[in-house]
Design a protein around this ligand. Structure first.
Ligand code: FAD
Ligand code: SF4
Length: 483
């Protein structure tokens, strides 16, 4: 009986307030507005405080989820911050972009019979509260005299840098672009991840003593060998930012972009702030985005906000195989993005001046599952058709940019261009060089990149503090799985 009363009293999962779809499709303000204090407390009260919480094992960095939710529900906000940040140094970012529905929330015990606790929304709430209060800088140990260089300032590099700085290392980040943050700054759009949040995390790192040098392309300006002669350890976190194309006729027409290019122009070069910034991004009235991952959704939704009248997602498989997060697809649909499933481009059409005029496509049907586990798309002969388009954006995946590997012959790489690194330590085959994030796994997630940065920082610390000779490459190395 008592059990029934408790169940009946439990509130429903609290919805995330959001901007109206019609309105937000034409602005770059954040779509999700965040919980109010009373909503956050209601949602926190839904947590069962399980003795064996499954949610923690679903989180790639094992955030102390029940503890931070308990502290929040007791209005102990600094306690909630402490429990949250113990394992996750970028919670305001993860609370916004982590695929919680397939990680912690899918494991939530409450979710077996009811809706799971909205863990990500609570994480965002606590992190936003902390930012509003002013982030506290931890007491730092004396510098230990050792120097580490981090190449790349995405989530992997930022996490490794923060952890090492807190352990007393002098840490320097070298970043190729003019602004640090990696994909968090140049890829994920403002309406999903406001840039002042990423900037706050970068400013926080600076308070820990981390120095960041931008416009430094490693491989061009320095080789890894040169860096090894100046630093005790090197961490490679250069991501997977090199876009792939379909290799079909017409990809050189003007009006064809990679998703990375259009997102970089929009985010990093402030195209979304035109005319306040004089760096506009031109998209036509009709835009086709080829691919259906998170990157494709971002490119499509940005195109709409940049002024396109009609935006299509062109995908060769069906709705069931779409790799983007369900929430992103839902938001895109609400905003009016058109999905053309089982459709594969075979040629980009253009005019005599060299501008895109359309896409020639073929209809597909699904066969047996392929190596990826998804059903293989097969062209239907004779089903070719044309779609008039002004802009075509390729969002087909990315791989590591090879520039950083210049003269680094000791580094072992896979046939996908990723670096071979030991999963448990982040060590590459090149002594004193660690790697983590997308450069090792191929395009993955923010939280997995952060997890890899943390693993490497822990191992760098252990390695630089050991006495005597030890083998560099662990005998029982488990090579990072290639995506
Ligand atoms: P990156 O974030 O790619 O950072 C690498 C940095 O290294 C960059 O700043 C780059 O300029 C720099 N660099 C590269 N070469 C050099 C060099 N030679 N010298 C110096 N610096 C160099 N994940 C999620 O979890 N949720 C999402 O919603 C999500 N959305 C995404 C949307 C987009 C548009 C994209 C592109 C990715 C998205 N991802 C998402 C994936 C996620 O952002 C990445 O997995 C993550 O950023 C990888 O982190 P990283 O630190 O390994 O590399
Ligand atoms: Fe709370 Fe769900 Fe984790 Fe249990 S599994 S502690 S209910 S968030």
């Amino acid at each position: 009986m008592a059990k029934e009363t408790t169940k009946a009293a439990r509130p429903a999962r609290q919805e995330m307030p959001a901007q109206d779809p019609q309105e937000r499709a034409h602005n770059f303000y954040e779509v999700a507005l965040g919980y109010r204090p009373e909503t956050a407390l209601l949602e926190a009260s839904r947590c069962l405080q399980c003795k064996k919480p499954q949610c923690v094992s679903g989180c790639p960095v094992s955030v102390r989820i029940p503890e931070f939710i308990k502290a929040l529900s007791e209005d102990n906000m600094w306690g909630a911050v402490e429990a949250l940040k113990d394992k996750n140094s970028l919670p305001a970012i993860c609370g916004r972009v982590c695929p919680q529905e397939s990680q912690c929330e899918i494991q939530c015990i409450l979710g077996k019979k009811d809706q799971p606790v909205a863990i990500g929304r609570l994480e965002r709430y606590v992190a936003d509260w902390e930012r509003a209060e002013g982030m506290r800088t931890p007491t730092l140990p004396e510098k230990n005299g050792k120097r580490v260089v981090i190449i790349g300032s995405g989530p992997a590099g930022l996490t490794a840098a923060g952890d090492l700085a807190k352990l007393g290392y002098k840490v320097e980040i070298l970043e190729a672009l003019h602004t640090p943050g990696g994909v968090l700054m140049y890829g994920i759009p403002e309406f999903r991840l406001p840039k002042d949040i990423v900037q706050a995390e970068i400013d926080y790192l600076k308070t820990l003593g981390v120095t960041i040098r931008t416009d430094v392309v490693v491989g061009k300006l320095y080789t890894l060998e040169e860096l090894l002669s100046q630093y005790d350890a090197v961490f490679l976190g250069t991501g997977a930012g090199l876009p792939m194309f379909l290799s079909i006729p017409g990809e050189n027409y003007m009006g064809v972009y990679s998703a990375n290019e259009i997102l970089t122009r929009t985010n990093l070069m402030k195209g979304y702030l035109f005319p306040k910034w004089d760096t506009p991004v031109k998209v036509g009235n009709r835009v086709a985005v080829v691919g259906a991952g998170n990157v494709a959704m971002d490119a499509a939704r940005c195109s709409l906000r940049l002024g396109a009248q009609e935006v299509h997602i062109v995908y060769r498989r069906s709705a069931a195989e779409v790799p983007a997060r369900a929430e992103e697809v839902h938001h895109a649909e609400e905003e009016g993005i058109i999905f053309d499933f089982l459709t594969n481009p075979i040629e980009i059409l253009g005019n005599q001046e060299g501008w895109v005029t359309g896409l020639r496509c073929i209809k597909m049907e699904l066969g047996e599952p392929d190596a990826s586990g998804r059903r293989r798309p097969i062209p239907i002969q004779g089903s070719e058709f044309e779609m008039p388009m002004d802009t075509v954006i390729m969002a087909l995946g990315t791989q590591p940019n090879p520039l950083v590997f210049t003269d680094a012959t000791q580094l072992e790489r896979t046939r996908h261009g990723t670096v071979v690194a030991d999963e448990k330590s982040g060590r590459t085959k090149m002594p004193r060089v660690w790697a983590g994030g997308d450069i090792v796994t191929g395009a993955a997630t923010v939280i997995s990149a952060m997890g890899a940065g943390r693993v490497a920082a822990t191992d760098i610390d252990a390695y630089l503090h050991q006495d005597g000779d030890h083998p560099w490459w662990p005998d029982d190395a488990v090579q990072a799985k290639v995506s």
